[in-house]
Design a binder for this molecule. Sequence first.
Ligand code: BTN
Length: 239
Amino acid sequence: MIGDKVLIFEKIDSTNEYIKKNYQQLNNGTVVVAIEQTAGKGRKGRSWISPKGGLWFSIFIKPKNLKSAFFFTKLSSVTLIKVLKKYKINAQIKWPNDIFVNGKKLAGILTEGIYENSKPIALVIGIGININNEIPDELKNKAISLSKILQKNLHISGFLKLFLKRFNSYYLKYRKAPHTLTKVWKKNLIIKEGELIRYKNENYIIEKIENDYIIISNEVEKKKIFSIHELEWEENSGN
Ligand code: BTN
């Protein structure tokens, strides 16, 4: 089971990097946790600030189907939404996989491939959740922590336990039904197919939401959008 083995480090550069460097010694399903990351990585080459108090962890997984990276990213975001419900928090997924609460980012996911001779052989799913950590002033309008939302500190290990339990049960449930997982993922997205959206000051309808792009259209044209930042769906949506 995923998380049967959990390695905890006081301070490392990045749990994703640790797995990418040491995967040959790790069993499938190993989870690596860092109390603090000194070089946490975000998507698109961004850095991920990871002080004490947050939950920074990565899962090493050797799936049968290595084209399934996005399946695991969706599985992680849908699991996070479900676990947050246990804390009475209604979170949503900002496409493709950021976890948002009231217009602010609570958690992020970075899934990476591990390659041997240019062939993918395994995946690392890196998850960062602002739990009790202080959000730096310059990010306070963009990011939030669970302790800020709930006005109390939480047990970080308790959150991880709940996450892993749900992740395993959803994995069993959805691995044979990835389309059902996609449906659940779409249901939890902030923007939805069929909704109106603004793009370059024009109105469009969201026709289709895919893993890597969104198709929008109006009477004049159809467009493929690759970054959520190009779209506006409401005033002050903070996207
Ligand atoms: C993002 O939203 O940009 C993704 C953030 C992913 C951060 C996590 S923290 C644990 C793991 N280790 C890393 O270096 N990054 C991921």
